[in-house]
Structure formats: structure tokens, C-alpha cells
Design a protein around this ligand. Structure first.
Ligand code: FES
Length: 210
């Protein structure tokens, strides 16, 4: 039995294409900790989704596109988590560079396995590959790379291969015709944070199932 706390385990969050656009973000919750992964100026970074000013949740939606900006007093944060845009700073906060650095967001762990993106609350601990094992890590990476197209939802059938890892369940259609990914919401997260996607192999668009 896995006796580690949820904060010490890796959880599948999304795929790399979910974070491909400028300012694209995906959020989840692990235990009591809200997390966000976001693309900022070409970097994909992960933080606790909690403002360091008065601890408001920054992004309230499960996914979207928009600057990493707290809705409460409007602080915005850069790719290092440092608040860089503070409305009314000269009168209300008077924070210089060092004070801002001290108020950087708390980072979270982020790892990729092919096109799959995983997050973990704890910064220290085994790598994702160590946690999954080399063989499973390589299989997941190859599977995710072999199904680059997001497509219309398919319902897995009885004869599809099923692979379970962390909060992720993969269903592989016979002959590699499709791959369905289902991420269960981590412990502490509500169902808004569960995600299902159907992906198709790298074939000409005209051949994709309709
Ligand atoms: S609580 Fe986030 S800017 Fe004040």
C-alpha cells in the first residue's frame, strides 16, 4: 500500500498541448493545496495557485488562458513567481525588488513524460521516472507521442487495453486506433478537476475518425 501523503505523490495534470498557448494554464488541487501549471513567456512553470499577498486563489477555473494575476488586488506574477505588476504599489504596498522576491509564489514540482504533464506539491522526492519505473515511464512517453491529435470523445470498449498509473487511466484501442486518457481528480479536489481526452494517432487528418 502506498502510505505517502498526496502532497508527496505525482499526479497527472494535462497534456503539453493544453499548455501550448501563451498564458495557457491548467489547475488542480492536491489535498488542501491548489496548484497551477502555466506557460509564461515560453516557459511552463508550476506553483501553488495561491497569492502570496492575502492568500487568494489566483486562477479559479480548471483551465484557461490569461496572465498569472490575482483577482483580488491585481498582483501579476512572472515565470519565477515574483510579483512584477502591483497596481498602486507606490501608495499601497511600497515593495521594492527584494520585497517582491520575498513574496514570490511557492513553486511546485512539474515533470513531463512524453506529452503527459504531471505535478507534485512537494519539491523534493523521487523523480517521475523513478516513481513510475523506467519501463512504464518509457511506455507512457511513447504512447503519448504516438497519439498527438485530440479528437472527438470515444467510449472505451471491453477489449481495449487498460493501463492505470497514479490518477491516470489509459484505454488503448485494438490496433492502436485511439487512446482515451482519463485523469481522476487528486484527493482533495472536486470533480471539476477530473479530465478525459480522446487522442488519435499521427495519420492524415482526412483519415481521422469522425
Ligand atoms: S490577495 Fe492577491 S493581490 Fe492581494
Amino acid at each position: 500500500m502506498d502510505d505517502r501523503t498526496p502532497e508527496n505523490r505525482w499526479f497527472h495534470l494535462c497534456t503539453t498541448d493544453d499548455l501550448a498557448g501563451p498564458n495557457a494554464f491548467v489547475t488542480t488541487r492536491v489535498g488542501a493545496v491548489p496548484l497551477v501549471a502555466q506557460t509564461i513567456k515560453g516557459r511552463v512553470v508550476a506553483f501553488r495557485n495561491v497569492c502570496t499577498h492575502r492568500f487568494a486563489v489566483i486562477h479559479g477555473e480548471p483551465s484557461g488562458c490569461g496572465p498569472l494575476r490575482c483577482p483580488y488586488h491585481g498582483w501579476s506574477f512572472d515565470a519565477d513567481g515574483v510579483p512584477v505588476g502591483l497596481p498602486f504599489n507606490p501608495t499601497d504596498f511600497q515593495l521594492e525588488a527584494e520585497g517582491r522576491r520575498r513574496l514570490a509564489l511557492h513553486p511546485a514540482s512539474l515533470a513531463r513524460c512524453g506529452r503527459l504533464v504531471f505535478v507534485r506539491v512537494a519539491l523534493d522526492g523521487p523523480s517521475l521516472e523513478e516513481e513510475l519505473g523506467t519501463d512504464l515511464f518509457a511506455r507512457l512517453a511513447a504512447l503519448s507521442e504516438n497519439f498527438p491529435h485530440r479528437g472527438d470523445a470515444l467510449e472505451p470498449a471491453e477489449d481495449w487495453e487498460r493501463i492505470e498509473v497514479a490518477n491516470l487511466r489509459l484505454h488503448l484501442a485494438p490496433g492502436g486506433a485511439a487512446l482515451v486518457l482519463h485523469s481522476a481528480a487528486p484527493p482533495g479536489a472536486d470533480r471539476r478537476f477530473s479530465r478525459t481526452a480522446t487522442r488519435h494517432p499521427a495519420i492524415a487528418d482526412a483519415e481521422l475518425p469522425v
